[in-house]
Every structure is written in structure tokens, then in C-alpha cells.
Design a protein around this ligand. Structure first.
Ligand code: 5GP
Length: 203
């Protein structure tokens, strides 16, 4: 199953993803995106992102190596196709932490994907988190706040909204929400087919 996590910049998605993987890492494969953005202090190439230049990013687009991509506040971000397809073939839930345009493209390609939107409790809290992070200039913070206002309009297209007021609670809720998707009848058609067959042979 594909799980798309989006949210306003500063909603705490990064921390939430780290915590989800630390606690429930056996269940999930986390996709690592390619980006033309410069690494922030502490970010590692190949772990947080594949940091590439614009030429390489364009090459990835031309070779159809990206499942989706989007421009976000002066930079490009995209999901490498091969990892996602490989993990899904192996039956793992793949998590994509991507912005809203990418999310809509994934929903178009994979209608069964689950879309979850993470938000802080208030706009004030969002600004505080972006400022406290101390990694972006005032100009970039302003652009990210504007982008958040634009994205808020598209949230109706998501399946769930997760208000991130406590990281422990949000991690648990996120894991539960994903697991519950596996109870959908549409996800269990093979099981139903098998049990049906068995019921007939036991008659
Ligand atoms: P940041 O620069 O804060 O790491 O990420 C900026 C935004 O880009 C976030 O909303 C993040 O979810 C999104 N993003 C990261 N990777 C991808 C990707 O592969 N595709 C798309 N469409 N968005 C991404």
C-alpha cells in the first residue's frame, strides 16, 4: 500500500516520520526523495534526500525515473520510482512524505493510496516552529507560510487530517490509521477469495 504524508512546512512531519520509523520501522519502507535544495545542517545525502543539481534532476525527469515531482519554493523535489515499485512488490507499505501537488499525482496513479495531512494546532504555532528551527531565512519562512495558505485549500482531497499537538500521540494515531486501511475489503480481496474457496471444499 502507498501512504502519502503531507503537511505544512513546520508541521513536524520530519520528527513524526523519524519516530514512526523508530517505533514501527518493520512495517514501513520510507521513500527518500531527490531534491535540488541545499542540505540543511545535519542532513545526510542518501538518507534525508538525494541532493542533486538541476541538470541531474532534469535527467531523472527525462528518463522517467521519478514517480512524481514538483516545484516547491524555488526548488524541485521528486520521488524515485524504482525503490517504491520494488518495496511494493515485496508487500511493504511505502511512505512518501511529499507536498500536495505530488500527492495529487500519486492519487491519480494509485487511487488506493491513503493520503494523510499533518498540521500543527494553529497558524501561530506553525510560524513559531518555522522560526525556532532556525534553518531558514525570514524570506524563506514568509514564502513557506504563503505556500501553507495555498495548500490549506487543497486539504479536502486527503483522506485524513492529523493535528500534531503531541508527537507520541500523533505517531500512534498515524500507525493505527495506516493499519486500519488493511481492513478495507478492497485490500483483502485475495483473502476473501481464498476463504470462499475453502468454504466450498469443506461443505
Ligand atoms: P523541505 O525542504 O522542508 O525538506 O521540504 C519541502 C516540501 O517538499 C515538503 O512539503 C516536503 O513534503 C516536500 N517534498 C519532499 N520530497 C518530495 C517529493 O519527492 N515530491 C514532492 N512532490 N514533494 C516533496
Amino acid at each position: 500500500m502507498l501512504v502519502v504524508i503531507s503537511g505544512f512546512s513546520g508541521a513536524g512531519k520530519g520528527t513524526l516520520m523519524k519516530r514512526l520509523m523508530a517505533e514501527y520501522g518493520d512495517h514501513y519502507a520510507l521513500s527518500v526523495s531527490a531534491t535540488t535544495r541545499a542540505p540543511r545542517p545535519g542532513e545526510t545525502d542518501g538518507k534525508d534526500y538525494f541532493f542533486v543539481d538541476k541538470t541531474r534532476f532534469q535527467e531523472m525527469i527525462d528518463r522517467d525515473e521519478l514517480l512524481e515531482y514538483a516545484r516547491y519554493v524555488d526548488n524541485y523535489y521528486g520521488t524515485p520510482r524504482s525503490y517504491v515499485e520494488e518495496q511494493m512488490k515485496n508487500g511493504r507499505d511505502v511512505i512518501l512524505e511529499i507536498e500536495i501537488q505530488g500527492a495529487m499525482r500519486i492519487k491519480g496513479q494509485y487511487p488506493e493510496a491513503v493520503l494523510i495531512f499533518v498540521t500543527p494546532p494553529s497558524a501561530k504555532e506553525l510560524k513559531r516552529r518555522l522560526t525556532d528551527r532556525g534553518t531558514e531565512s525570514e524570506e524563506v519562512i514568509r514564502k513557506r507560510m504563503n505556500r501553507a495558505a495555498d495548500e490549506a485549500i487543497g486539504v479536502e482531497a486527503y483522506d485524513y487530517i492529523l493535528i500534531n499537538d503531541s508527537i507520541e500521540r500523533s505517531t500512534d494515531l498515524l500507525h493505527k490509521a495506516i493499519q486500519i486501511q488493511h481492513m478495507r475489503v478492497s485490500q483483502r480481496l485475495q483473502f476473501l477469495y481464498e476463504i470462499n474457496k475453502e468454504l466450498r471444499t469443506l461443505e
